[in-house]
Write a protein that binds this ligand. Structure first.
Ligand SMILES: Nc1ncnc2c1ncn2[C@@H]1O[C@H](COP(=O)(O)OP(=O)(O)OP(=O)(O)O)[C@@H](O)[C@H]1O
Ligand SMILES: [Mg+2]
Length: 462
């Protein structure tokens, strides 16, 4: 697909597959009259597949019931061999079930027979809009590739760009790194980037959660044990630090490490040797240590909950991950990134993101940071029916997150009463604007204006 908006002769290749020859003929003739479309018809799925393999069309229109295949199975194969092709399914056996199945599998649209040629043209025109916007998004992503991201870490604010610079600078040095930041801000992502930009990249990256084990278990996991070290130790176990030799050890939630273990870890960092539990022979290890925490280690050091000497050993370089609410301008790019990730995961086409989807997210404080955003997008991608993400695909409580600010605090103003009443009806109708407006006896436009006035992100107009 090499079309651009400015390309006047832009035409889109369309394949039509149906087991009824007469239908194929009708569609090829009907659609072929448009100068924008180059249409080719097929009666056999096998023929269509070979043609797709040879040169994938922009749009593929297929019946679900076919002579030599099932349309839904065909969809799976096309998603693999021609992931960019937009698929429109048609069927004479329309049912919600199949429609849902088809859209989940990544069909762009689903048309029930009988349909008019103009309905099909309308759908094709939506598909073309989708292709154009995808192209534009790819261009943006490409441009961003230069400076708005580092591998799969996205960020364009000065702090994030500084983090990317730091990662590139210190990754090749074998120094220890401490990554600080709230939950879900991408600490592990950064740790992995440090590893993959280092000379140790061919070695293992081993992640260890210091908060998930008791003291004995931590020693056993990190250092391993000799045969007979304790009851049940029937054979020698190689610990994680030995397995990670030549690579990077990621000590996650380092703030949860018990004090007694902190001493042992300090010794490892100082001497680069370990003793297996029950062992007397020192074993040399060769790892780089990256630690992460969402706790305030400086404060813990002051309070005696974390050893100062270990703290200094770990934080040769410190990276502070900013919370998402401090870099909202990255939300649109993160959404595009997560949508793509989710689409790959579910085997769906990458959806188009509507403005109201982004607008709604822009107001949200994101206590769970990027991880929370990722989950929201993933959920929306799973639920989206027509390969577009709209505000309706977000959890309803998101629209109500912002507490409206009232001028006369203390007294209940008429405005506040009005808001309470509107919200009450709005919630009861399941956030249905038309229904809310009807009950309140006002027009939808008035309702919309009032919602805006009260700073409540309104749901997309149906
Ligand atoms: N800047 C970013 N760009 C792209 N994806 C991100 C970014 N930050 C976080 N993510 C994604 O968000 C999710 C959470 O990130 P990660 O596990 O690295 O966070 P964390 O800081 O280690 O969280 P926790 O403290 O809860 O362990 C991951 O799926 C990660 O890929
Ligand atoms: Mg983590």
């Amino acid at each position: 697909m090499s079309k651009t908006d400015s390309d006047r002769t832009a035409s889109y290749k369309v394949f039509v597959l149906d087991d009824e020859e007469i239908t194929v003929k009708r569609l090829v003739k009907g659609l072929g009259s448009s100068s924008e479309l180059q249409v080719k018809g097929f009666i056999l799925a096998s023929d269509a597949l070979s043609a797709i393999k040879e040169s994938p069309p922009d749009i593929f229109i297929s019946d679900i019931k076919l002579k030599d295949a099932n349309g839904l199975d065909l969809l799976d194969r096309i998603k693999v061999i021609a992931p960019e092709t937009v698929i429109i399914l048609i069927t004479g056996y329309a049912s919600i079930d199949q429609a849902v199945k088809a859209t989940k599998k990544g069909a762009f649209y689903y048309l029930a027979k009988p349909f008019s040629l103009s309905e099909l043209r309308q759908t094709i025109s939506e598909a073309i809009d989708f292709i154009k916007s995808r192209k534009q998004r790819d261009l943006i992503m490409e441009r961003l590739g230069r400076d708005g991201r580092l591998g799969n870490i996205i960020g364009s604010t000065p702090e994030m760009l500084q983090i990317f610079k730091t990662i590139k600078q210190i990754a090749p040095l074998d120094c220890n790194v401490l990554i600080k930041g709230e939950t879900g801000t991408g600490k592990e992502l950064v740790a992995r980037a440090l590893h993959s930009h280092s000379q140790r990249k061919k070695g293992p990256f081993v992640s260890f959660n210091c908060g998930a084990f008791t003291e004995e278990l931590i020693a056993n996991e990190l250092f391993g044990h000799e045969k007979g070290a304790f009851t049940g130790a029937n054979s020698t176990k190689v610990g994680l630090l030995e397995t990670a030799s030549g690579g990077t050890v990621f000590l996650d939630e380092i703030g949860e490490m018990p004090l007694s273990m902190q001493v042992k870890l300090l010794r490892v960092l100082q001497e680069n040797t370990i003793f297996r539990v029950g062992g007397t022979k020192p074993v040399r290890i060769d790892c780089r240590f990256i630690a992460a925490t969402n706790r305030n280690l400086d404060k813990m050091v002051k309070e005696g909950a974390f050893r100062q000497d270990l703290f200094y050993r770990l934080k040769v370089v410190t990276i502070n991950m900013p919370p998402l609410r401090q870099r909202r301008q990255d939300i649109p790019t993160l959404v595009a990134h997560f949508a793509q990730k989710a689409a790959n995961k579910f085997g769906k086409a990458v959806p188009k993101v509507e403005q109201d989807f982004l607008d709604t997210l822009m107001d949200y404080p994101f206590p769970g940071n990027c991880r929370e955003l990722e989950h929201m997008v993933e959920r929306a991608v799973a639920l989206s029916r027509r390969n577009t993400l709209t505000a309706e695909d977000l959890p309803p409580d998101l629209w109500l997150i912002q507490e409206p600010e009232m001028e006369n605090k203390g007294t209940t103003s008429l405005k506040k009463l009005e808001l309470d009443y509107i919200m009450d009806v709005y919630k009861k109708t399941g956030f249905n604007q038309s229904e809310t407006a009807r009950i309140l006896g006002i027009s939808r436009t008035t309702l919309w204006r009032k919602l805006r006035q009260f700073n409540i992100s309104p749901k997309k107009q149906a």
